[in-house]
Ligand binder design. Structure first.
Ligand code: THU
Length: 133
């Protein structure tokens, strides 16, 4: 756990990104911000669909946005589930962890709504032995 200024700032950016969520089915708004190795920040939110399985996670959205702009190395990702009661319900899903694995993510910041705990984990802690070809 680390509550330094940069981590808190990124938690705020992720919460802001969650305000753009399209989540009329789950009412569970998630925001993510990718921090690229070059220093750029790329936000994303979850985007749901009437065909539930077509939903896009916030992390996948942010990672896709960054990669589409040329990013190939990601330092870290901050995630905020602003409708979760606490950070325990706010961890990235397995699919998103594998997406992070592809681009060398080193750390993940996890938080929930305003005032919730902000946690920082090494990526290795969340996704050991990720798949590579
Ligand atoms: N969701 C994310 O955006 N990221 C995650 O890591 C887990 C779940 C979204 C998908 C869906 O729109 C909503 O949260 C409820 O599952």
């Amino acid at each position: 756990m680390n509550l330094d200024e940069p981590a808190l700032g990124l938690a705020g950016e992720a919460r802001r990104a969650a305000l753009g969520a399209y989540a009329p089915y789950s009412n569970f708004r998630v925001g993510a911000v990718v921090v690229a190795s070059g220093g750029g920040h790329y936000p994303g939110s979850n985007v749901e669909n009437a065909a539930y399985g077509s939903a896009i996670c916030a992390e996948a959205n942010a990672i896709s946005t960054a990669v589409a702009r040329g990013v190939r190395k990601i330092e870290g990702v901050a995630v905020a589930c602003i409708d979760a009661e606490d950070a325990d319900g706010a961890y990235p899903c397995g699919n998103c962890r594998q997406l992070m694995n592809e681009f060398g993510v080193e750390w993940v910041i996890v938080t929930a709504g305003e005032g919730a705990e902000v946690r920082r984990h090494s990526f290795e802690e969340l996704h050991p032995h990720g798949f590579t070809l």
